[in-house]
Design a protein around this ligand. Structure first.
Ligand SMILES: Nc1ncnc2c1ncn2[C@@H]1O[C@H](COP(=O)(O)OP(=O)(O)OP(=O)(O)O)[C@@H](O)[C@H]1O
Length: 306
């Protein structure tokens, strides 16, 4: 069946959430609407405080939304919660377990939460895939951070959800485990699961996600395929690094990236010439300079202005 006749994996319509504390209020989500197709690998990106965790909290029903409609495979979050929660497996950012339970019992209890009996076979399979089989009788408390994170993933998947939401799954995880988790997520996606990922690692989004949405100040500022986003921002860009900071009043608009390098529009060879001239006027000479494709970080910084 063609993709367009399938129900969306997830759809949000005019979702808003404001937190109130005393006289203060904070609007964390502002009229957010978007749709994620089944089978997608979707990245939800945004700077700190953009509203990503609030959105995931809303999906887990730990945060109550003020207005709007959310559906998972056509099931409504408010009126069809039982079916809704069966569609979704949410891997939270925070590690929250009963530390005294064993890994196996944690997963058995979670199966009970979904009303599943006789789930042993699937639990064993999850333990195997996540390389936790030899830890199944260990208390969660005794595991390393990376292992705990894998238990969180297993816990979110005990009911074999078609849609998996991962909130910063690789935060604080060492590079080799991060690569293994990437491979695991890509494999789940190949097997037909829709994956929704929030991440601060733009390299991760660029590598894995087919489509990305950028959330900023509680609003979706862009939503498109990773490739077309990169294409749009890959035109006309010069990347350069300097031995010291660029003066604040520098005549050419340049964006500073997280690794300390700068980027600016390329346009034409004339612009490169002007840039080099202007840099030399302030006594700076680029240490490294290249013209080429932008990465997601640059696109992201240019869109959000951060
Ligand atoms: N329980 C709460 N009470 C009051 N304000 C809150 C609450 N939870 C979140 N906020 C505010 O809502 C905004 C969005 O926060 P949220 O945690 O969703 O952002 P985020 O994109 O997940 O950020 P991060 O990347 O840092 O995790 C922030 O300004 C935050 O301070």
């Amino acid at each position: 069946m063609s993709q367009k006749f399938l129900l969306p994996a997830l759809s949000l319509e005019n979702v808003s959430k404001t937190f109130y504390r005393g006289n203060e209020s904070k609007q964390a989500l502002r009229d957010v609407s978007f749709t994620i197709e089944q089978g997608d690998f979707f990245g939800l990106l945004g700077p700190n405080g953009a509203g990503k965790s609030t959105l995931i909290g809303v999906l887990a029903k730990t945060v109550k939304l003020n207005s709007g409609t959310i559906k998972a495979l056509g099931f409504d979050l408010e009126t069809q919660w039982r079916q809704f929660k069966m569609c979704l497996g949410i891997v939270p950012q925070e590690i929250t377990f009963d530390p005294f339970l064993t890994v196996y019992d944690t997963l058995r209890l979670q199966s009970g939460y979904f009303g599943l009996r006789g789930n042993q076979k699937w639990i064993e399979r999850l333990l195997d895939v996540l390389d936790l089989s030899d830890k199944k009788n260990s208390s969660v408390m005794s595991l390393s951070g990376g292992m705990k994170r894998r238990v969180l993933i297993a816990q979110a998947m005990v009911h074999q959800p078609p849609v998996i939401v991962l909130d910063e799954p690789t935060a604080g995880v060492d590079i080799s485990l991060r690569h293994r988790l990437w491979e695991f997520m890509a494999d789940l996606n190949r097997k037909g699961h829709t994956i929704i990922l929030t991440t601060h690692y733009l390299e991760e989004a660029e590598k894995l996600c087919r489509n990305v949405a950028l959330l900023n100040h509680g609003k979706i500022v862009t939503l498109e395929s990773t490739q077309s986003l990169l294409k749009e921002y890959s035109k006309e860009r010069i990347l350069f690094s300097l031995p010291s900071e660029l003066p604040k009043d520098f005549s050419i608009n340049c964006t500073k990236l997280s690794d300390g390098s700068y980027c600016t529009a390329y346009g034409s060879p004339e612009n490169l010439h002007t840039l080099l001239n202007e840099l030399s006027k302030v006594g700076l000479m680029p240490e490294k300079l290249e013209i080429g494709k932008a990465n997601l970080e640059e696109a992201f910084i240019r869109i959000t202005g951060k």
